[in-house]
Design a protein around this ligand. Structure first.
Ligand SMILES: [Zn+2]
Length: 96
């Protein structure tokens, strides 16, 4: 069990805040977008929106988030749902 340096803990704190703010913001935009598309564009455009937004969001969830939400000590990705207080791979604990 290793304790992270203050700079590493600060980095995890900052990244956790960004993920916590961005996730609801992206979901809200997606939700508002779907309401707007449903009310303004009838018919097949609604399906087009869902398919396009799904294709656009998938890389974000699958690649960008794991790249961003990782341990500063060993660079391995934190597990989904982890609050980043410790790294399961290298055992570093962060002072959050
Ligand atoms: Zn680690």
């Amino acid at each position: 069990m290793t304790t992270a340096t203050p700079a590493q803990s600060e980095e995890v704190r900052h990244r956790r805040n960004v993920v916590r703010l961005m996730t609801p913001a992206v979901l809200l935009l997606w939700f508002l977008g779907s309401i707007a598309v449903d009310s303004w564009l009838k018919g097949p455009w609604s399906s087009v929106y869902w398919i396009c937004s799904f294709v656009a969001l998938m890389p974000l969830v699958l690649f960008v988030l794991p790249q961003y939400w990782r341990c500063p000590a060993c660079k391995s990705t934190f597990p989904r749902g982890s609050n980043g207080s410790s790294c399961e791979v290298c055992g570093t604990t962060f002072d959050l």
